[in-house]
Design a protein around this ligand. Structure first.
Ligand SMILES: [Cu+2]
Length: 454
């Protein structure tokens, strides 16, 4: 069932308890689905018109359905009281102690996750709404002694492995949902309240990535190489009020005084046709609009002067198609996009001379795939680059889909190293800022007095 549900890998100490509950609930729902489905089909046949032409008002005499309903009720009560509530109290109410945990504040906003660490002193510095600006999204008051060593990052949550984490979650604007599927945590962030949540990561991000290793067939991608026919240039007349959306202009159009009113590449929408009518343009050269943006070029295409029109591995957007059609190309060799940009290579792959095409951990790209095929490599192992992401689980606005944070769970040593670097750079900053800040703060009242005396 777990595989069937396609749950993400579990990197949390108690994630299996949540997975078990999800599995049990699905089994119960499956049993209900089969039970009610069978009953439904039975009634359709048993009470069909030819067998039961007249409705009976007495109803069912047997108590079978009552027993079934009581059975379902008992199953649900068991689910609730034997599994859900104990799990809730264990995982949500019973917190680990603060001194054995990593403490972090997370402040959600449209559309980012602000991460605030208390620094070596373990105390969160003061924040103030008046200090909030793009450079200081938390409004951290660096003049507060507790805030001097505080660290904040945007969309990057580093955590040490095998240590519990307590997150104090809040929001600056609307309700967001802090959701890290790989560590089985999900909690809504509510403006005006700080909600604590906790979990214990037991696998690093690197380990999760290893679990998600998957083969990618270069040979398969190359089998899809094909020639596509490009549209040809046509000359058409534009009448009044027409809509010729399926055409793309192949020339710049200007009015009588020579001002360009429409540029090459524009689509002939109703508005654009009206512009042409007004400018007195009746005949234009166009090409039928066809979308090729799921393809990339397999070769470099040049015009007669030797200028590159479309580079190898370039996506065939409208602009590129227009250039090729203009240069009189009839056909181009392409292959469909592989969509591997968010994946990294999990091994190092070398070309014939032994120099690496892609090293372990490096991002994949269309160019790399083409080069791998040239090196006769038929299959590579890849994995998602960011398998441990924070996704917002509430539709919080138009930029909701952009609201992505990254969790990097590291070994305790790597985390400490990261933390030390962050602290060092923050201390450097605050120390260089401090004298000027103090000066201005002290100077202001004195200046005020001087001004008064004058
Ligand atoms: Cu959100």
């Amino acid at each position: 069932m777990e595989q069937f549900l396609g749950l993400p890998p579990d990197g949390s100490a108690y994630g299996y308890e949540i997975d078990n509950l999800i599995v049990i609930i699905h089994w119960l729902m499956f049993a209900l689905f089969v039970g009610w489905g069978t009953f439904y089909i039975y009634t359709l046949i048993r009470f069909r018109k030819s067998r039961q032409p007249k409705a009976t008002y007495a109803g069912v005499k047997s108590h079978f359905s009552n027993y079934v309903e009581v059975g379902v009720l008992i199953a649900e009560i068991v689910l609730l009281f034997a599994f859900s509530i104990p799990l809730w109290s264990k995982r949500v109410e019973a917190f680990p102690t603060e001194h054995e945990s990593t403490i972090v504040r997370v402040v959600a906003e449209q559309f980012a996750w602000n991460i605030h660490y208390p620094g070596p002193d373990g105390i969160f510095g003061k924040t103030s709404l008046n200090l909030v600006d793009p450079d200081n999204p938390l409004g951290l008051d660096r003049s507060d002694p507790d805030a001097k060593d505080d660290i904040f990052t945007i969309n990057q949550l580093n955590l040490p492995v095998n240590k519990s984490v307590i997150i104090h979650l809040t929001s600056k604007d609307v309700i967001h949902g802090f959701n890290v599927p790989t560590y089985r945590v999900k909690q809504d962030a509510i403006p005006g309240t700080s909600i604590p949540l906790w979990f214990t990561p037991v696998k690093t991000t690197d380990q999760i990535r290893e679990e998600l290793r998957q083969p990618f067939s270069i040979a398969q991608a190359m089998r899809q190489v094909q020639m596509i026919r490009l549209p040809e240039v046509e000359h058409i007349t534009v009448g009044k009020g027409e809509e010729l959306k399926e055409y793309v202009l192949m020339q710049d159009c200007s009015d009588n005084s020579g001002n360009t009113v429409l540029s090459k590449g524009e689509r002939l929408s109703k508005e654009n046709v009206a512009i042409l009518n007004e400018a007195g343009v009746t005949e234009v050269s166009v090409r039928p609009h066809e979308t090729f943006d799921r393809y990339i070029a397999m070769e470099e295409y040049k015009d007669t002067a030797g200028n590159i029109l479309v580079a190898r591995n370039e996506v065939l957007l409208d602009e590129q198609v227009t250039k090729l059609v203009e240069a009189g190309m009839k056909e181009v060799s392409v292959r469909p996009i592989s969509s591997v940009d968010s994946y990294v290579a999990m091994e190092t792959y070398n070309d014939h001379s032994g120099s690496p095409i892609v090293s372990k951990g490096e991002f994949m790209s269309e160019e790399i795939i083409t080069r791998l095929s040239e090196a006769n490599i038929g299959e590579v192992i890849i994995a998602p680059s960011t398998p441990t992401e924070i996704a917002c689980a509430q539709l919080c606005g138009l930029g909701h889909f952009r609201m992505r944070g990254y969790v990097t769970v590291q070994t305790q040593e790597d985390f400490q190293k990261w933390m030390d670097e962050q602290v060092a750079s923050v201390m450097e900053q605050t120390q260089s800022e401090q004298p000027t800040k103090a000066n201005t703060q002290q100077a202001t009242p004195e200046q005020a007095i001087q001004e008064q005396n004058n």
